[in-house]
Design a protein around this ligand. Structure first.
Ligand SMILES: [Zn+2]
Ligand SMILES: [Zn+2]
Length: 336
């Protein structure tokens, strides 16, 4: 099969992602083999290619927002059949025995495996998944607009829940990429007032087109105190800025898997008066199922820039250069 993999991590300009041919994987016990139709391009793929996240496997194929058709089933599979449309997401295995797993916090599993990090992902014509971690998708789902829901969407959903935003409250969104633009739509549907703070003029325009209440620069003050904020930009310098913008009792959720260093905080300005700072780590399968159901009901649609499979490296370079408005998706199969 055709595939892209991380050769030696480094700045995206040094072409850390290489394209070549690999043996297509087989479906092992309990697994589905999926013919990949589309795969979203997530900032985590960029962190992996650039070495901000060290690959956990030499030559790993990135990509964890996979929409594909079940093409073969391994022994013992009971829930899926060939031809089913499924999604493969970031979380692909948890141990089921550690303390978080036993307390319905499988996103914090001590021995997890992730798609496109521990195991090969969707920058390839075929991928595999344990059927217990596959998401069943509606037969008529559009692969290109559904793929970004599988990480950007689910993580944004979890991040929004982690803020405990009250109904009708004011939400600040720092950074406005793939996850943020889905989360903003979700929050607006739930009745929140949404203020987007991001440096890119294109992203500010997209935010306003999607109906947010205001859009300004990342270092600007929002027009009202924020009941909650989500930091999507991987920029630690925005943490004190977002905390200072919170109303007393407000919560900042940090959604990224990677964040540059956080500058020192001033207790009075940034923390006192019961402001809360929370991180967001992966998601549970329940988060995924809940979000995909809500996304289908609300007809949540990402704004997609499609890249041909051959241009995966360019897609990551565009992401690194802040040139992607909305979300980048690889069209992996020609017949999508
Ligand atoms: Zn576990
Ligand atoms: Zn992701």
């Amino acid at each position: 099969m055709k595939a892209w993999w991380v050769d030696s991590p480094g700045p995206i300009g040094t072409h850390p992602l290489v394209r070549g041919t690999r043996d297509a994987p087989a479906a092992a016990q309990g697994e589905l083999r999926v013919r990949v139709l589309a795969c979203g391009v997530c900032r985590t793929d960029l962190h992996l290619a650039e070495g901000d996240l060290l690959p956990r496997r030499q030559g790993v194929i990135p990509g964890h927002e996979i929409v594909g058709q079940v093409d073969a089933i391994g022994p013992g599979v009971t829930e899926f059949h060939t031809g089913d449309l499924v999604g493969i997401a970031w979380l692909r295995h948890t141990c089921g025995r550690c303390r978080p797993c036993r307390h319905e916090q499988e996103n914090l599993c001590e021995r997890p495996q992730f798609t496109g990090w521990d195991c090969d992902g969707g920058y390839a014509e075929y991928a595999t998944v344990d059927e217990r971690y596959a998401y069943r998708l509606p037969v008529d789902a559009d692969p290109l607009t559904t793929a970004p829901l599988l990480c950007a969407g689910i993580i944004g959903y979890r991040a929004l829940r982690r803020t405990d935003l009250r109904p009708g409250g004011a939400l600040g969104i720092y950074g406005f990429g793939a996850s943020a633009h889905l989360t903003a739509q979700l929050a607006l549907h739930q009745g929140a007032r949404v203020h987007v703070l991001t440096r890119s003029a294109e992203a500010q325009k997209l935010a306003l087109d999607l109906g947010v209440n205001s859009a300004a620069g990342g270092h600007d003050a929002p027009p009202e105190p924020l009941d909650a904020a989500i930091l999507f930009a991987p920029a630690g310098e925005l943490v004190p800025i977002a905390l200072a913008a919170l109303a007393p009792g407000g919560t900042l959720a940090i959604a990224g898997i990677h964040l540059s260093d956080i500058p020192s905080l001033d207790y009075q300005r940034h923390v006192f008066r019961e402001r809360t700072i929370r991180s967001v780590t992966a998601n549970t399968r329940r988060d995924g199922e809940e979000f995909l159901t809500i996304a289908a009901q609300l007809r949540l649609r990402p704004v997609v820039t499609t890249y041909p499979f051959e241009n995966a490296s360019n897609a990551l370079a565009d992401l690194a250069g802040d040139k992607v408005t909305g979300v980048a998706v690889l069209q992996v199969a020609a017949d999508v």
